[in-house]
Design a binder for this molecule. Structure first.
Ligand code: KIV
Length: 281
């Protein structure tokens, strides 16, 4: 029997019961089918697809139109997971009106259950506007890839008392603005523990350690399907690149050796039809 649809009350219930929430990124239909089958709670169609799928150096070139196409494929493959559309660069920073319209596009055109955006207190009014339109918002603080230039690179955040204090205040501002959850990226677990303890909403970690209410990994990282660089917080559960590459080499070899296709991979011609054909020729 398929599980019931994952909802926000279900996620809050998991926090209350201290049952860890599982979350993975996903960008396409085949992977969504597998994440659905594995009963992952939350699926993020992340703008990290700019790097993992499109080969850019960062997430800034990703547009709303790209995100909608991918998010729609994900919701088709994962009907019971809670699917979040990641708002790309410039889709929510220019004005609250544009932010609401673009968040609405995720819900209306891609069928997502919520959206995620980067930024703390400075984004509180934007979060409020989107939430007021009936769209659930996940906040994202710490290492925020859309601000990579301002942050000076992909590095851990909140490692001084002042920076940690700002993160704690950012989390409070997002919760007060109505965010249903917050993602903490690349911050020390000591700071995640304070934020998770204070918050009534589920706090999810990507590189923020065990104290959070749930964990997120980028699916291409955890499957060993992206090896341009690997952040410290990634654990590789498979070596897809290695396996796919070996399969390709074996295919190439078998084509060269004429070991593929075998008889079992070809269509038979009935003998009497073949005889008839020879007479026709
Ligand atoms: O786009 C994404 O996958 C993300 C993660 C890096 C958290 O936002």
């Amino acid at each position: 029997m398929p599980r019931a649809k994952v909802t926000i009350p279900y996620l809050f219930d998991k926090k209350a019961k201290k049952e860890p929430i599982t979350m993975l990124t996903c960008y396409d239909y085949p992977m969504a089918l597998l994440e659905e089958k594995a009963e992952i709670d939350i699926i993020l169609c992340g703008d990290s697809l700019g790097m993992t799928v499109y080969g850019y150096n960062g997430t800034l070139p990703v547009t709303m139109d790209m995100m909608i196409v991918h998010a729609a494929a994900v919701t088709r493959g994962a009907p019971t997971a809670f699917v979040i559309g990641d708002m790309p660069f410039l889709s929510y920073q220019v004005s609250k009106e544009e932010a609401v319209r673009n968040a609405g596009r995720f819900m209306q055109e891609a069928g997502t259950d919520a959206v995620k955006l980067e930024g703390g207190a400075i984004m509180a009014e934007t979060v409020k506007a989107i939430v007021n339109a009936g769209i659930p918002v996940m906040g994202h603080i710490g290492l925020t890839p859309q601000s990579i230039s301002a942050l000076g690179g992909f590095k851990a955040q909140g490692r001084s008392a002042e920076a940690a204090y700002r993160l704690i205040k950012d989390a409070e501002a997002l919760e007060a603005a109505g965010a249903f959850s917050i993602l903490l990226e690349a911050i020390p677990p000591e700071i995640s523990a304070i934020i998770t303890e204070k918050a009534r909403i589920p706090i999810i970690s990507i590189g923020a350690g065990l104290p959070c209410d749930g964990q997120l990994l980028i699916v291409h990282d955890m499957l060993g399907f992206f090896d341009r660089f690997t952040p410290k917080f990634v654990k590789k559960y498979a070596d897809l690149n290695g396996q796919i590459f070996q399969a390709m080499l074996q295919y190439k070899e078998e084509v060269h050796q004429q070991a593929f296709p075998g008889k079992e991979h070809t269509y038979g011609m009935p003998a009497e039809e073949m005889e008839k054909l020879h007479k026709m020729l």
